[in-house]
Design a protein around this ligand. Structure first.
Ligand SMILES: [Zn+2]
Length: 337
């Protein structure tokens, strides 16, 4: 059974998920020869996964011929059924791992990663994330939703078929909580959230901007943690992906497509993590003081971090990144100047 434990020394939560030990190992499942195993995420193999929670399709559930498909994670880090009651044992404190862990299979194709998908398929992927976000939000116990992709060995992927993970939890992770606190103070002082102000200043500086489509801009952040790191953000405050209009989604899909084209031109096929940072799903004891102004103070972001190098002891012990390439140089190379 999974639980969320409080690390008092570092004041952060840790998800203890013993079930995840049984995940297929990288060496075992990553093979060039597809006939040697049957991929549960490929079209036609729907019987190999738990029943789908959602699919973009015109036909019956759990049958072939879909565009995107969402299933509960077999090796789930959290379980939705558990009671959300915190436990205390002396100084030690934990919350059972209440939540949802879902796998979104990006497309039926085993080989085609998001960086090779067409614009329509990226739009379907975004719309699927929005539909699942709206649904998970209905469970009032859930407050944070992490939406992320691990692609390739260096990024921690254990399943080759391109997919996205949605992990909803009853608590806000510490770094996000610290951000919410700093952000609301900043908003009260400046009338703009930190992300909105950063985007505003990046657009004035121009040197790190890659491209803009509609209300979205892509840039290499001033203090990027990773070489060729790219952030995509709205130029107006939109707190969460599910607050985007249909046109916003189409524009965002096109910008994602353009950014991956730039990255591929420089890096070839590369390992990466991709994650969305969105506003909290619901009000709870941690988030109530931030939720009043959330639509004005919070701007969601999408970050793509190519994983060219592995992290070392310095990064883990200090939480400080060492980036060997200047972000302005990365932007220049990506733009093809
Ligand atoms: Zn597959």
């Amino acid at each position: 059974m999974s639980e969320i434990r409080l690390d008092r020394i570092h004041n952060k939560y840790v998800l203890i998920a013993p079930e995840r030990l049984h995940r297929p190992s990288l060496g075992h499942h990553f093979t060039k020869n597809r006939s040697s195993f049957t991929c549960p995420f490929c079209d036609g193999n729907e019987a190999l996964t738990p029943k789908e929670v959602f699919a973009m399709r015109d036909n019956e559930a759990d049958s072939p011929s879909w565009k995107t498909r969402v299933v509960p994670n077999l090796f789930k880090a959290v379980q939705i059924e558990l009671e959300d009651i915190s436990k205390r044992d002396g100084i030690f404190e934990s919350i059972p791992g209440v939540g949802a862990h879902e796998i979104l299979v990006d497309s039926p194709s085993h080989e085609i990663d998001i960086s090779y998908l067409d614009k329509e398929s990226i739009e379907n992927w975004l719309r699927t994330i929005i539909i699942r976000t709206d649904d998970l939000k209905n469970d009032k116990r859930l407050t944070s939703l992490s939406i992320f992709k691990n692609y390739g060995h260096n990024a921690g992927a254990t399943q080759e078929h391109p997919h996205t993970q949605l992990l909803a939890l009853p608590i806000i992770p510490r770094n996000e909580l610290v951000f919410l606190e700093r952000n609301i103070k900043y908003y009260h002082r400046h009338g703009r959230g930190i992300v909105e102000d950063t985007v505003y200043n990046e657009r004035i500086a121009k040197t790190r901007i890659l491209d803009e489509v509609g209300a979205f801009v892509a840039f290499c952040p001033y203090a990027s943690s990773f070489p060729f790191e790219v952030m995509i953000a709205p130029t107006k405050s939109i707190a969460s992906l599910n607050k985007c209009t249909r046109k916003d989604v189409a524009d965002l899909a096109l910008l994602i497509k353009k950014v991956f084209e730039m990255l591929k031109a420089q890096l070839g096929r590369f390992d990466y993590n991709l994650f969305f940072q969105i506003s909290p799903l619901n009000i709870n004891f941690q988030t109530e003081k931030y939720m009043n102004n959330i639509d004005k103070s919070y701007t969601f972001t999408l970050r793509i971090t190519p994983r060219i190098y592995r992290l070392g002891g310095f990064e883990i012990s200090t939480e400080m990144a060492i980036n060997s390439i200047i972000p302005e140089e990365c932007a220049k190379l990506l733009r093809g100047d």
